[in-house]
Every structure is written in structure tokens, then in C-alpha cells.
Design a protein around this ligand. Structure first.
Ligand code: F6P
Length: 360
């Protein structure tokens, strides 16, 4: 029987459930199918530098519940990697390492960036599969990414805890939630945590509208408010000012504006409402620690499905979660697309119906 040799790496920002997925791939590939599996450290950089990690010893034991990734990760891209101070395209080096390791397939665990890089390598002749992970839940073509549910729980608990202190001090607490240019995490945690205002990248806001909602609450005997703001949320005037920019300039302007934006928002709310405001930036707390049960389950489903697809010889795909099952989706159909929150999404409708303000 042909004993396939599989490589695996984790790339992009880490996310809870990566170890659960590595374990699932490993147990299904080696235990169930009798394949060989090796890991590459630190994402595509480790693949280019041929830094291999054996996974056939005890490495997969006891990692289901662990956060982070035992392989390490990086945001390095094969076609633009910093090598000796210079940006280089290392695709050929990667092709060579893939061949020298006698690989039949490479599994890349990551978000949107990883997906694009996986497609590039697939087009360069490697048999690639992508497993969608990110706390942002912004990968097109899959119901859910692993990491999202854990981060949702962490951000929701944070809002719960902020409520009691905001209430006691009659304050506005502005809590910044990750998500890059997508609002899934802020929206989900905002609803689950009962935030009074939720600001999303998908719905440009007017600070006056947010202040009016907070003042209205005060008049109704609730002189405290929780504002859940996605890190990519943008005021209407700024949003309008970058609309004609190129994609690259838009991204640069967004990054620049992100720095300090939440602090400015809190200052403006203080000025406009007369209430004291405080800021909490949840940051990387949302990516750390043990994965939730739902993420362990999703990562295990996707990891074992990847092994099944390799056994069938299906490559060039993302292993998507669809309903209770999984589906291979061609990378060419999804790479480069970002799943943002549709403004008419049911979560938004529900939130509006319970009185949440979106700043619009
Ligand atoms: O994509 C996941 C994510 O956590 C985003 O929500 C956030 O914008 C970004 O990564 C932060 O990245 P870094 O690891 O570079 O701080």
C-alpha cells in the first residue's frame, strides 16, 4: 500500500483550536489511514527553511485542550518573505523542500492570508489543503472558523464583567473587540453580553447618534452604558473620506486610523454625554488559552475530514464546515474573498429589535 507522506503547518495569527486540529489530522492520518505526518515550524517560514518537527512520537498526546499551536506560527508569505534583509519570493525553495521531504500533500491551517498563500502553492504544483481558523470568523465559504467560538466566549465574559463596574460607577465603558475588518466577534459578543451600543466595520457610525442613545438611557434611569466596538469600526466621515482610495491605500488609512480610535471615541462620548468614560481593549486575550468545546469539536471535524480528502486524493481545497458536515471548496473559488457581516444579517435585526444602537 502507498504510504502517503503529509506535511502540516499553522500560519497567520494563532487561534484556539489549532492544536485540536493538528491532533485530529495526526490521529486520522497516522492512526486511521497509516500515512506519515511531519510538521513545519512557524508557518511558511519553517517550510522555506525546512524546519521540520516529527509528529509520530508522543507529540499529539494531551494537546486537545491546549491553546496556541505546538508548531508555532508566523505571518510570513511564500512570495514575499524577508530573507537576509530582503523581500524574496521563496516559492521555488518551498517546491524543493516539498519534493525533498517526499510529500504527497501539505495541510495549511490559517485564515484568509493563509488561504491565498495555499492557493499560490497549489498553483505552483503542491497538493495543498486549507483548514479555516481565525477568531475573526471572516473566511468565505465556511459556516464557521475554529477559534471564533472561544473568542466569543472570552469577549462575552469580559462584557459581563464590565457591566457591573460600569453600573456601579455610572460610566460608559467602551470595549474594543478584535475582528480585523469584520464585525462577527463584536456583534456576537455584543449581543450575548447585552452591550447597549455595537459598532461594526460594516456599519459606519456617527458618534452623535451613539451619544444620543446613551443620553436616552440616562434619562430612563440607566446612567451607564457598554459600547462594544469592533477594532475595524469607522466613523461615517472617515469611511466616506477613504471610499475612493485604492484597496492598498484604504488598508493603510484604516491601519493608521485604528491606532487610538477607540480612545478618541471614548473622549468624544464623554464630551457629548457628560458621563465619565473608560476604555478596555481586549486584544490578544481573545486569542489565548484553552479552546471551547465547540471549537475542539469543529477543529476535530475539519482535521479528520482533511485526512479523508487526502485518502481520496482531493487537493486544492479548503475543508469547509457546512451544517453538520464538511465540504471541500476549491481554493480558487474562495481565496481573496472576505466574509464580512451582511448589514441585513439576522443577528443585526435581532439586536436592533432588543434596542441595541449601531451608531447609524
Ligand atoms: O486575524 C486575527 C487577529 O487577531 C485580528 O482580529 C487582529 O486584527 C489581528 O489578528 C492581530 O494580529 P497580530 O497577531 O499581528 O497582533
Amino acid at each position: 500500500m502507498n504510504k502517503k507522506r503529509i506535511g502540516i503547518l499553522t500560519a497567520g495569527g494563532d487561534s484556539p483550536g489549532l492544536n485540536a486540529a493538528i491532533r485530529a489530522v495526526g490521529k486520522a492520518c497516522m492512526g486511521h489511514y497509516g500515512f506519515q505526518l511531519i510538521g513545519f515550524r512557524d508557518g511558511f517560514r519553517g517550510l522555506a527553511e525546512n524546519r521540520v518537527m516529527a509528529l509520530d512520537g508522543g507529540q499529539l498526546s494531551g494537546i486537545l485542550t491546549q491553546g496556541g499551536t505546538l508548531l508555532g506560527t508566523s505571518r510570513d508569505k511564500p512570495h514575499r518573505m524577508l530573507v537576509n534583509g530582503q523581500i524574496c519570493d521563496v516559492t521555488e525553495v518551498i517546491q524543493r523542500n516539498y519534493a525533498e521531504n517526499a510529500l504527497d500533500a501539505l495541510i495549511c491551517l490559517g485564515g484568509n492570508g493563509t488561504q491565498k498563500n495555499a492557493l499560490r502553492l497549489h498553483e505552483a504544483g503542491l497538493n495543498v489543503l486549507h483548514l479555516p481558523k481565525t477568531i475573526d470568523n471572516d473566511v468565505w465559504g465556511t459556516d464557521m472558523t475554529f477559534g471564533f467560538d472561544t473568542a466569543l466566549g472570552i469577549a462575552t465574559e469580559a462584557i459581563d464583567r464590565l457591566h457591573s463596574t460600569a453600573h456601579s460607577h455610572h460610566r460608559i465603558i467602551v470595549v474594543e473587540i478584535m475582528g480585523h475588518n469584520a464585525g462577527w466577534l463584536a456583534l456576537g459578543a455584543g449581543i450575548a453580553g447585552g452591550a447597549d451600543v455595537i459598532l461594526l466595520p460594516e456599519i459606519p457610525y456617527a458618534v452623535e447618534s451613539v451619544a444620543a442613545a446613551i443620553k436616552e438611557r440616562s434619562r430612563n434611569g440607566k446612567p451607564f452604558s457598554i459600547v462594544a466596538v469592533a477594532e475595524g469600526a469607522m466613523a461615517m466621515d472617515m469611511h466616506a473620506s477613504i471610499q475612493n482610495h485604492s484597496k492598498k491605500k484604504k488598508a493603510e488609512a484604516t491601519e493608521l486610523a485604528m491606532a487610538g480610535r477607540t480612545l478618541h471615541l471614548a473622549e468624544a462620548l464623554e464630551r457629548l454625554t457628560g458621563l465619565e468614560a473608560r476604555v478596555t481593549i481586549l486584544g490578544h486575550l481573545q486569542r489565548g488559552g484553552t479552546p471551547s468545546a465547540a471549537d475542539r469539536l469543529l477543529a476535530t471535524r475539519l482535521g479528520t475530514a482533511a485526512a479523508d480528502l487526502i485518502a481520496e486524493g482531493v487537493y486544492g481545497v479548503m475543508v469547509a464546515a457546512v451544517g453538520d458536515g464538511t465540504q471541500p471548496v476549491p481554493l480558487i473559488e474562495v481565496a481573496g474573498k472576505v466574509k464580512t457581516v451582511p448589514v441585513g444579517h439576522g443577528w443585526i435585526t435581532s439586536a436592533r429589535e432588543v434596542g441595541t444602537n449601531f451608531g447609524d
